[in-house]
Design a protein around this ligand. Structure first.
Ligand SMILES: Cc1cc2nc3c(=O)[nH]c(=O)nc-3n(C[C@H](O)[C@H](O)[C@H](O)COP(=O)(O)O)c2cc1C
Length: 346
């Protein structure tokens, strides 16, 4: 469906009903989260998404507390709607970052990149923020809720960026029926259209989180080269990093293939040869492999080096076809869901 196809008001009202719980949780018009993307989800995209009725989330990434402070203040200057902050749990100053959010009365903190330390989670909640955590499996989902998580995101391996091994299709079946009645659960990974959002809502999801689909929002500051790569990219181009040797683990990251991903394979092979020749200890070799991608996302997103930088993207990249205002993307997703619902009773 496109924006010109009329959709009955009943279709929109039905989507609102399905999204009511998730929207109430975030205090947003729609139960749609802008998945935090390092370098991409800064004040402009976050404010544009919140202004469009979704819930924008700042990606703190490796920012220091004073940077985050400025980013939150900058976002507040662009929107009076609620937005959240995504914190990476291995950040060495995690608790200070939580305090920075609390000082700004940020309503929701999303902990990503692992199970958050109990102290950070407690601090966030006691300071008045709602806490959202990523649940990679049912047992961990239960544990996170016992530890105080107010909502969960289940992110399938279709997603862009750092990924787990299980698809959203399977995570949704395993986790939604059990956890859905307890806390709002938001689905992420590979979502590019409203029909898919609708089907997960009907399975018991409270809403959906999208990343890739929002990269080409006109308000997004990503370099034009980065956006062009997304517009050109197909689902089959967004692949997880390949690990060459089981002794040297590589964190799986889904990204569009480019010179960088080719060179990463060669780099692993070279490091492996040096390790086998006794030139590198195991630790040195592991560090050398890990360092390969340092700064690579920034190089692609900000500098526009789409050959050597990291083009993190989900399989949903095939559904990104042009640059559009954030409000248009959000309206399109909602209209697609509403049209699919309305078509059943037509
Ligand atoms: C370029 C890029 C950077 C990302 N950075 C982060 C991040 O810093 N923290 C995080 O929790 N998730 C990160 N993600 C994941 C998104 O928040 C979101 O869950 C994911 O994009 C959803 O899948 P989709 O891309 O298919 O919509 C990133 C994704 C992309 C594409």
């Amino acid at each position: 469906m496109d924006m010109n196809t009329p959709v009955s008001p009943a279709g929109f009202a039905a989507v609102d009903r399905l999204m009511a719980r998730g929207a109430a949780f975030f205090g947003s018009r729609y139960a749609l989260l802008g998945g935090a993307m390092s370098w991409v989800s800064e004040r402009n995209l976050v404010a544009a998404l919140s202004n469009a009725g979704a819930f924008g989330v700042i990606a703190c990434g490796a920012m220091e507390p004073h940077h985050l402070d400025a980013e939150i203040a900058g976002t507040k200057a662009l929107t009076d709607k609620p937005f959240g902050v995504n914190l990476i749990t291995m950040h060495p100053r995690l608790e200070q970052l939580v305090d920075t959010c609390l000082a700004h009365k940020v309503t929701h903190i999303v902990f990503a990149g692992g199970i958050p330390p109990g102290s950070a989670l407690k601090r966030a909640k006691e300071g008045g923020a709602r806490v959202v955590c990523f649940a990679p499996a049912l047992a961990l989902a239960k544990k996170l809720v016992r530890s105080g998580a107010d909502a969960l995101v289940i992110e399938g391996s279709e997603a862009g960026g750092h990924i787990g091994p299980v698809s959203l299709n399977v995570l949704a079946q395993e986790i939604l029926p059990v956890m859905g009645p307890e806390v709002p659960v938001f689905v992420a990974g590979g979502i590019g259209r409203g029909e898919a959002i609708l089907s997960y809502l009907e399975m018991g999801a409270a809403g959906a989180q999208l990343g890739t689909r929002f990269v080409c929002a006109s308000e997004c500051i990503a370099h034009p080269n980065f956006k062009r790569a997304f517009i050109r990219g197909a689902a089959r181009d967004a692949l997880p990093t390949v690990q060459l040797d089981e002794r040297f683990p590589v964190i799986p990251v889904r990204a569009l293939q480019n010179e960088g991903t080719k060179r990463f394979m060669e780099h692993q092979a070279k490091v492996l040869a040096r390790f086998q020749a006794g030139e590198f200890t195991k630790e040195e070799a592991q560090l050398d492999i890990e360092h390969f991608w340092a700064g690579a996302l920034r190089r692609a997103v900000i500098d526009g080096d789409v050959e050597n930088g990291s083009l993190m993207a989900g399989q949903s990249v095939g559904m990104v076809s042009r640059e559009q205002p954030a409000a248009e993307i959000v309206a399109e997703l909602i209209a697609q869901a509403a049209a699919a619902l309305a078509a059943r009773t037509a």
